[in-house]
Design a binder for this molecule. Structure first.
Ligand SMILES: *Cc1c(COP(=O)(O)O)cnc(C)c1O
Length: 442
């Protein structure tokens, strides 16, 4: 038996949860995408054979798996576009790539018409540039609204901008097991508000914020809103145009499988673009890049948000996932994501809650993104032991184990295997023995 073998002991038959997981994998319309990922080529998910991935991966929301198509695309890039076209590559395709990929992403996953999305710098730097441009465009307003449980880099960047521009940070106290509500936003915005920055899906709890309602509340106060889509892009549909969102940023290395350090995207609503001046004015955002003129004149349109030479190599892999999402439709991706988190919660209730674990994520799927977090004082140790056994969830201090379920490549049986491993390790710790304890002990 391999470590992740889920064959039940002789004569006992499959347990009901495993039987359910197998049935779900069989009817999963997206199931065949699993075999398009590196290491999963021979996955038997959806068949009668027991699937035994070498790694049970529950952290695709932190760093997505690579696709096989990306292996080919990157190899071809080295020997083809870069290796043979050399500097001509910029004229061939690369100058346009930040915008063509941006448009494709906008179409597949963001509800954004062309000309509003670009691939740029890291999320941190993209956030800085767009937030700075936003507050500078409303100089009479003095406050930036943010929440206490937003991702650290978001809070740090905004604190830096506030210091730089003499603005005040107005904090919303957000629950670490839920997230920011429209009522909380309404209570703090006013004529003094320049910008509100929130995450669509909270990185810790998985809470799914109400983008249309909160965006409308911010606009009622005459302010701008910037949504951080890091934990939603590629798993939860977004309708940026329809909802009237002003600005958005998001990662490409999480659900978009762009690879470690792949550059982030930025969205700037078309009507706003002419009025926004971004703070890192570089030659790649200039109206005539190769004029090499004496002064900076920003390009019309979304290109003005570029700064230096685009990270072309980092933009290769994300294209394959964007293409897959476009193929199947983001609504189908979301449907599977919801089914995966529902199933994970069912297993948590059946196996982990009796061991003293609490659920730190919304129970209503309409308020939940693509991951769930479960709390227990032993989770740091549990995560460490699981990683040694090739079961990879994430740990978020002080005591949260985060289970990320990437809908294109995670199967229901893999979800079963992962939560079962959490159960076994936690049970082993509670019984005073570290390691994977045999099932059925407590
Ligand atoms: C992952 C994540 C980031 C990461 O920012 P980088 O600049 O890519 O390191 C930022 N914000 C949120 C909400 C995230 O989830």
């Amino acid at each position: 038996m391999t470590q992740h073998d889920t064959t039940a002991p002789e004569g006992t038959g499959l347990d009901a949860h495993l039987a359910f997981a197998r049935r779900m994998d069989r009817i999963d319309g997206l199931g065949h995408y699993r075999r398009r990922f590196v290491g999963l080529e021979n996955s038997t998910a959806g068949t009668d054979a027991t699937d035994a991935p070498s790694v049970v991966y529950l952290d695709g929301n932190s760093l997505g798996r690579p696709t096989i198509a990306s292996v080919e695309r990157i190899a071809e890039f080295l020997t083809g576009a870069w290796g043979t076209r050399l500097i001509r590559g910029w004229d061939d395709e690369w100058m346009q790539l930040p915008l063509t990929i941006g448009d494709a992403l906008g179409n597949a996953a963001l509800g954004a018409a062309p000309g509003q999305v670009y691939i740029g710098d890291s999320t941190t730097v993209t956030l800085y540039k767009l937030a700075r441009a936003a507050v500078d465009s409303l100089p009479a307003r003095t406050e930036i609204v943010l929440d206490t449980d937003n991702f650290p880099t978001d809070r740090y960047v905004l604190a830096g901008i506030a210091a730089e521009r003499g603005l005040t940070l107005r904090w919303i106290e957000s629950s670490t097991t839920a997230g920011v509500t429209v009522d909380q936003v309404r209570a703090v915005v006013g004529p003094q508000t320049a910008l509100v920055v929130l995450s669509h899906v909270a990185y810790r709890s998985g809470f799914l914020a109400d983008v249309p309602a909160i965006t409308a509340a911010v606009h009622d106060a005459g302010a701008l809103v910037l949504w951080d889509l890091c934990h939603s892009v590629g798993s939860v549909p977004v309708n940026l145009d329809l909802d009237g969102v002003d600005l958005a940023v998001g990662c490409s290395y999480k659900y978009l499988n762009g690879g470690p350090g792949a550059p982030a995207f930025g969205y700037v609503r078309a009507e706003l673009q002419p009025d926004l001046a971004q703070p890192i004015q570089g030659w790649m955002g200039a109206a005539d890049v190769f004029a090499m003129g004496p002064g900076y004149v920003p390009a019309p349109g979304i290109r003005r948000f570029l700064s230096g030479t685009p990270a072309i190599v980092g933009m290769l892999a994300m294209q394959d996932t964007i293409q897959m999402i476009g193929e199947m439709g983001i609504d189908q991706v979301r449907a599977k994501s919801v089914a995966l988190t529902e199933f994970a919660l069912e297993l948590v209730d059946a196996w982990l809650v009796p061991l003293g674990v609490t659920v730190a994520s919304p129970r209503e799927h309409t308020h939940r993104g693509g991951h769930i977090t479960v709390n227990h004082p032993a989770m740091r140790q549990v995560t460490q032991i699981l990683w040694e056994h090739d079961v990879i969830p994430d740990f978020r201090a002080p005591e949260g184990l985060r289970i990320g379920l990437s809908p294109l490549c995670t199967s229901f049986v893999e979800t079963y295997q992962g939560v079962a491993a959490v159960r076994d390790v936690l049970r082993g710790i509670l019984l005073g023995q570290a390691g994977l304890a045999p099932a059925g002990g407590l």
